[in-house]
Design a protein around this ligand. Structure first.
Ligand code: TGC
Ligand code: FAD
Length: 390
């Protein structure tokens, strides 16, 4: 009996390892991406516009704060489902996944994990509904890889905190209604919920980006911004606060680039099968097949890595170093594939009529933010040697 044909973007039938609910989540988000993201995303990227009109639909599908409990208006999904959301959104564009990552992992997560019950009740239902948008301010202009060297500070003044400083490269900055701001205090680094319409706060959009063009990126400035004690996240102090959020977001980012790689690989394989050069399909050349086979291999490895990471997360045993390894591997896998696909498309690959150049450019950000590739390599290096090389 001939072997059944394999799915080129799921050679190891990873889908069969998903529960029925996880498959349903994947199919729902895949449909959203096919029907709502893909028709507009090329133009959004060209015009440097984040499609804000998609926010209510993402909220309606339960994609914002998806893993948080129902009692706060969230979908209560597991970690693997959240990963699949990221994968399918990033098959559309990294900017769409970025929006969901920031809202969910970097803003709703800290309010849930470190906030008071009053803060949870005030913000989470509105954020799940997409009515309040958040941004996360950790990186500063003088060096994002070393957030311990933070200059932004908050000083207690009676019952208030007064915040001064600046943050750089902040996703959703000019869209946000609230910013989760990390600041140095006399008692270590602490987090604050800062409404963006408050006196002394300015967000300035960063232009001339060649990457993540369908996403809003901003610089934030705090000039004697005064917030009440009730806006401080009471349940965490120190760098482990923001790093704990990053672990959640980086986990999702291990899945996202798989989607970007699948988009590039699928489009390019079809193109190579259709394009006739030297009287035969481009895909009939060994040199091209080697590249496509290698892409399929790397996508398969990344899928298995993220799924196992998700199972560890859902079992409550996931370690930050495991997240670092997968973020490093999967971003590297995707950017290499996107660039290779751009090459196989030849001249046609340089316009946004085809997705690989858009994904390749986006992945320049994805491999940089949430810890650069080098940072994650050094985290793994520290684990395996026991020596801190930072
Ligand atoms: P280190 O001494 O290692 O740790 C300090 C404290 O934090 C704890 N910790 C973690 N906790 C949770 N998750 C993690 N991943 C953690 N890593 C460390 C650690 O246990 C310790 O706790 P305690 O209780 O002992 O105080 O700190 P370090 O200064 O040596 O850290 C080094 C390094 C380089 C790993 C860290 O600074 C780092 O990760 N740098 C990269 C910064 C980064 O990723 N920034 C991202 C900004 S946000 C962003 O990019 C959003 S993009 C969003 C989008 O658009 O999708
Ligand atoms: P630097 O830290 O200056 O690093 C420069 C280079 O030095 C890198 O190649 C790095 O790998 C290397 N390097 C650093 N340390 C070492 C070392 N010890 N040994 C060897 N090499 C080293 N931040 C937020 O807080 N919130 C956001 O929402 C957010 N969104 C972003 C969106 C976009 C589109 C981008 C591009 C960035 C975003 N960031 C955000 C910031 C992002 O996290 C930082 O860009 C990233 O952490 C790197 O910091 P940096 O840009 O200052 O580079």
């Amino acid at each position: 009996m001939p072997a059944a044909a394999l799915n080129p973007v799921d050679l190891y039938d990873v889908r069969s390892l998903l529960s029925e609910e996880e498959r349903m989540v994947q199919d729902t988000v895949a449909r959203f991406t096919d029907e709502r993201v893909l028709p507009v995303i090329g133009e959004c990227f060209d015009k440097s516009r984040f499609p804000v009109e998609l926010i209510p639909e993402m909220a309606g599908l339960g994609l914002l704060g998806a893993t948080l409990p129902h009692e706060y208006g969230c979908a209560g999904m597991n970690g693997v489902s959240y990963g699949l959301i990221c994968q399918e959104l990033e098959r559309g564009d990294s900017g769409i996944r970025s929006f969901a990552s920031v809202q969910s992992s970097l803003c709703m997560y800290p309010i849930h994990a470190y906030g008071s019950e009053a803060q949870r009740k005030q913000w989470l239902p509105q954020m799940a509904a997409g009515k309040v948008i958040g941004c996360f301010g950790l990186t500063e202009p003088h060096g994002g890889s070393d957030p311990a060297n933070m200059k932004t500070h908050a000083k207690k003044d009676g019952g208030d905190w007064v915040i001064n400083g600046a943050k750089m490269w902040i996703t959703n900055g000019n869209l946000a209604n609230i910013a989760i701001v990390w600041a140095q205090t006399d008692d270590g680094i602490q987090g604050f919920i800062v409404p963006t319409d408050i006196k002394g706060f300015t967000a300035q959009e960063i232009h001339k980006k060649m990457s993540l063009r369908a996403s809003v990126t901003s610089a934030l400035f705090f000039d004697n911004v005064r917030v009440p004690e009730a806006n401080r996240l009471p349940n965490v102090k120190g760098l482990k606060g923001p790093l704990g959020c990053l672990t959640q977001a980086r986990y999702g980012i291990t899945w996202g680039p798989i989607g970007a790689a699948i988009a590039c690989f699928t489009e390019t394989t079809e193109y190579a099968k259709q394009r006739i050069l030297f009287k035969r399909p481009l895909a009939a050349n060994q040199a091209v097949q080697l590249k496509l086979a290698d892409m399929a291999r790397r996508i398969t490895l990344a899928q298995l890595l993220s799924l196992q990471l998700g199972r560890l997360k859902d079992a409550g045993t996931m370690q930050p170093t495991q997240v670092s390894l997968a973020k490093w591997n999967n971003c590297r896998m995707a950017i290499d594939i996107a660039r290779e696909c751009r090459d196989i498309l030849g001249g046609a690959g340089i316009t946004t009529e085809h997705s690989p150049i858009r994904h390749a450019l986006n992945l320049e950000s994805v491999i940089t933010y949430e810890g650069t590739e080098t940072v994650h390599q050094l985290v793994v290096g520290r684990e395996v040697t026991g020596i801190n090389a930072f």
